[in-house]
Design a protein around this ligand. Structure first.
Ligand SMILES: Nc1ncnc2c1ncn2[C@@H]1O[C@H](COP(=O)(O)OP(=O)(O)OP(=O)(O)O)[C@@H](O)[C@H]1O
Ligand SMILES: [Mg+2]
Length: 222
């Protein structure tokens, strides 16, 4: 196996409030190609912070982040947006669907932004498996939280990025749907050799992972 993504001694402190929040402290962790890793930890422990840094949505105060051995901190804005369209798919904690687009349009958005044509049959199958076929032409405000969540999952999976970062992808799902979604992600990681990094509170979901990484007060135990 080869390393695809790694952090070297990254730290992040937020200065938005009166008291600085040390969200991540000297974190060194690496992920292999095709690996399915779960990140667990209490609320406020730094899970979303780590995921945002891995996804190049934010930059660390210190340390480095390497994708295939190359620092992502040195990339230009254009290189970064190409990387986010092709290499890294993100399932956000709040789904982040575009409200003015339907479920289907949201799912194919990464393809269109990248000037690529989507595989319609594959997306139909994916929506079927995720149980959101009936939402194809629905706008996000016409879908339940769980349906929006599964649409965000379909969006991330359909583009087959090398790395998928998922922030509580089963947070809004019942036990049955949650197990199905995690199994689907595991299958995707095996089929397409995708690396999946999933933040979860759900112990059962974490058990599907090849490895469980724990964060406590901003300190990562890999
Ligand atoms: N934008 C921000 N400005 C200031 N502080 C922040 C910001 N984002 C996060 N924090 C703080 O950083 C710490 C880590 O937050 P983070 O969102 O990474 O936690 P989390 O593990 O994802 O929690 P949860 O399980 O509730 O989603 C917390 O103390 C939080 O209050
Ligand atoms: Mg979070």
């Amino acid at each position: 196996m080869s390393k695809i993504l790694e952090t070297i001694g990254i730290s992040k402190t937020y200065h938005t409030s009166l008291v600085p929040a040390e969200a991540l402290k000297d974190c060194t962790v690496s992920f292999e190609e095709g690996e399915f890793a779960a990140i667990v930890g209490m609320s406020g422990s730094g899970k979303t912070t780590l995921l945002r840094l891995l996804g190049t949505l934010d930059v660390p105060d210190t340390g480095d982040i390497l994708l295939r051995g190359k620092s992502v901190l040195k990339l230009t804005d254009d290189e970064l947006s190409a990387l986010r369209r092709r290499e890294i798919g993100i399932i956000y904690q709040d789904y982040s669907l575009f409200p003015e687009y339907t479920a289907y349009e949201n799912i194919v958005m990464p393809f269109h932004l990248d000037g690529r044509k989507e595989d319609r049959a594959e997306i139909r199958d994916l929506m079927d498996v995720l149980g959101i076929s009936h939402c194809r032409n629905h706008f996000p405000n016409e879908m339940s939280g769980g349906e929006q969540q599964r649409t965000a999952i379909a969006r991330a999976l359909s583009a087959h990025p090398a790395v998928i970062l998922a922030d509580e992808p089963t947070g809004n799902l019942d036990a049955k749907n949650s197990a199905e979604v995690v199994q689907l992600m595991k299958k995707a990681s095996q089929l397409y050799r995708q690396t999946i990094i999933m933040v979860t509170h759900d112990r059962t979901a974490a058990e599907y992972a090849d490895r469980i990484i724990t964060i406590h007060d901003g300190v990562v135990h890999a």
